[in-house]
Design a protein around this ligand. Structure first.
Ligand code: ATP
Length: 169
């Protein structure tokens, strides 16, 4: 059965979040308790050209170099999440881009709890369906993400298998 309400987003746990097992576990629990599903996930260590491609829209901004430096500083985890209105729900869970603002406006959000600076703000989330499609094509070029419950569920088990393979490699 096709569900128009099922959607996808691409989430990234930035390198400093991955290095903190307590924060990593807490964010994972937040995702699960919010009802979003983890469709697939993998850890990658971006090269400089890959990070520059991912953040090409920010080229020239004052924080661009430090952003590329952060995103290439160690492994990060990329996840595809699914669920109703998942783009907005994940962005809400993350909170505002700027950690200082996050702390005051939403003390329970991920960036408030685990962000260190405006750049090292713990996580990323697609901001639109078009962004999700571009980002998913970069990180999961051989996977299709179909908007129906059955394929999301199938993908979830595939995702665990993929994670298991990566953990064992
Ligand atoms: N003013 C800033 N100072 C320092 N770093 C910034 C600033 N604005 C954005 N960044 C960094 O660039 C990333 C991308 O910025 P963008 O404006 O797209 O924010 P966002 O949509 O909230 O975050 P993301 O795209 O990572 O989900 C941010 O997550 C943050 O790491």
């Amino acid at each position: 059965m096709t569900s128009a309400a099922t959607a996808f987003t691409l989430a990234i746990f930035k390198p400093h979040l991955l290095k903190n097992p307590v924060a990593y576990g807490a964010v994972e629990r937040l995702i699960k308790s919010s009802g979003m599903r983890i469709v697939t996930r993998k850890q990658v260590h971006l090269t400089q050209p890959e990070a520059e491609q991912f953040y090409r829209d920010h080229q020239g901004k004052f924080f661009y170099r430090r952003l590329i430096s952060l995103m290439t500083s160690g492994p990060l985890e990329v996840l595809v999440l699914s669920g109703e209105n998942v783009i907005n729900r994940w962005r809400e869970l993350m909170g505002p881009t700027k950690v200082f603002k996050a702390v005051y406006s939403n003390p329970e959000c991920i960036r408030s709890l685990y962000g260190l600076t405006d750049t090292r703000n713990a996580s990323h989330g697609s901001d639109s369906v078009a962004s999700f499609q571009t980002e998913a094509a970069l990180f999961f070029p051989n996977q299709e993400f179909a908007s129906n419950e059955a394929s999301a569920d199938n993908c979830e088990s595939n995702g665990h298998q993929q994670q298991d393979r990566q953990n064992s490699s």
